[in-house]
Design a protein around this ligand. Structure first.
Ligand code: COA
Length: 441
């Protein structure tokens, strides 16, 4: 994995993932010690050490949208800054499959095997199912056998919420490596006849690996916020317990995104600046110290109004790529982070802010002291072959586990003889294969 550079003041030895996963008794002792550690461990920091993103191939331009709804390129560009968006046109492309590719890239950059990951947090507003969690499908496809996994629902703020959770787990001593993923297939819940919303959103996934380290820096401060009184301003009304799916909900389009754009706009411009100020203050920084802001990529006017005008942070320090992707919700910040790295906008020692907002209403920001070298290491054929082999093994293991479950299902149950004389009939559940077997890299 990339070496995290020492800060000039730090004298501790570098330890990326200070306590490597050990086997047997040693590992048990380590776990016990970690569980017992109630106060945050001193000299422990949470650094982003790997990153990756993936978007579907299919691009829908503003001109394409002109053929679908009553809109035009000039309106969309001037009101939002968006020119095109990627859309999961292939039904096999889902939030999980996009996330798996992004997560594998993040592990590759960090040079950390999947079995070292302790926790997978998948922030998404378009999970594969209500349950099981998309994070579990990702865990299976990665072969991350030692990881807990859960989905995080905080809409577009979800990725930064996830980073805050990852940092908390690491500082508490409960995890060494946490994968934080933002992944969306919003095209599946957008009403393509509603010009107010369909022009805004796109699909994609971004992932980062957060690692424990003794090197000072990393995610220094977080601010999480919520105002549920604004829940109805951005909502998918049907499909949950408040309005379960029925013919009526489908025929009235209640399973699609509904939005009061103006209300969300006003809210966003207010909280983006306030939350950024808060995390900077908590990290001991001022707005002048900031080297790079990676804001949620919803609307260029929101970014201009909040980050540029209110915070007076100059445009060259604010990374924007929404022109190409639209609003990819939880994925927007990690995708932008990856592209900022590719564009050479991020260097060790940089003071960085991620800030987002979204349905809930929610908002979230974090300030980082970036320490990880961003140059890509040369990828050795042996490493990439070994990595591919572990993913193939993970897919085989997943199939084997399913086969064992199937055998148990069809074998007569010795405890209740006769129970299986009339085998169950009914529709087969759609979740038959792991996301890993469906992905296209
Ligand atoms: N194409 C052309 N015209 C459109 C249009 C479209 N896609 N959508 C709306 N319009 C029209 C409206 O009907 C309205 O016409 P009218 O003046 O004749 O009534 C006019 O354009 C202005 O609409 P308005 O809603 O006032 O535009 P706006 O400047 O507020 O921009 C949004 C609309 C949605 C782009 C903007 O409010 C926004 O970005 N809000 C935040 C949304 C967001 O970020 N959501 C995700 C949060 S994570």
């Amino acid at each position: 994995m990339p070496e995290i550079k020492q800060t000039p003041t730090a004298s501790e030895p570098i330890s990326n993932g200070a306590t490597p996963h050990a086997n047997g008794a040693e590992s048990a002792t380590l776990k016990e010690r970690q569980t017992d550690a109630i106060p945050p461990q001193r000299g422990r920091y949470a650094h982003i050490v790997g990153w990756g993103y993936h978007v579907p191939e299919k691009v829908i331009t503003n001109q394409d949208l002109e053929q679908i709804v009553d809109t035009n390129d000039e309106w969309i560009r001037s009101r939002t800054g968006i020119a095109e968006r990627h859309v999961a046109a292939d039904p096999k492309e889902t939030s999980a499959t996009l996330a798996i590719v992004a997560a594998r890239k993040a592990l590759e950059v960090a040079d950390v095997p999947a079995n070292k990951v302790d926790l997978i947090i998948c922030a998404t507003t378009t999970p594969e199912y209500l349950f099981p969690a998309t994070a579990c499908l990702i865990q299976d496809a990665l072969g991350a056998d030692n990881a807990g996994a859960f989905d995080l629902s905080a809409a577009c703020s979800g990725f930064v919420y996830g980073l805050a959770m990852a940092r908390g787990q690491i500082l508490a001593g409960d995890a060494e490596y946490v994968l934080v993923i933002g992944t969306e297939t919003l095209s599946r819940i957008v009403d393509w006849t509603d010009r107010d919303t369909c022009i805004l959103f796109g699909d994609g996934a971004g992932a980062v690996l957060v690692a424990a380290s003794e090197v000072p820096g990393g995610i220094l401060s977080v601010d999480l916020g919520s105002d549920g009184s604004g829940g109805n301003t951005l909502i998918v009304p049907a499909g949950g317990s408040a309005m379960s799916t029925s013919l009526e909900t489908v025929s009235s389009g209640m399973h699609y995104v509904k939005m009061d754009g103006k209300a969300v706009f006003r809210f966003a411009t207010r909280v983006m600046a306030a939350s950024t100020r808060k995390v900077l203050e908590r990290a001991g920084y001022t707005t002048d110290d900031v080297d790079l802001v990676v804001p949620h990529q919803a609307n260029i006017r929101i970014i201009q109004n909040s980050v540029l005008n209110q915070l007076k942070i100059p445009a060259e320090k604010v990374f924007v790529n929404l022109e190409k992707y639209g609003n990819t919700s939880t994925a927007s910040i990690p995708i932008a982070l990856c592209e900022a790295i590719e564009a050479g906008k991020l260097k060790p020692g940089y003071k960085v802010v991620f800030v987002g907002f979204g349905a809930g209403l929610t908002w979230a920001a974090c300030a980082l002291d970036w320490r990880t070298p961003v140059e890509r290491q040369a990828a050795g054929w042996w490493k990439s072959t070994r990595r591919q082999a572990t993913y193939s093994a993970a897919a085989a293991r997943s199939m084997w586990k399913r086969a064992v479950r199937w055998v148990y299902d069809v074998l007569p149950d010795p405890e209740t003889p006769g129970r299986d004389e009339n085998p169950k009939e009914g529709p087969e559940m759609p979740i038959k294969e792991s996301g890993g077997e469906r992905i296209k890299e």
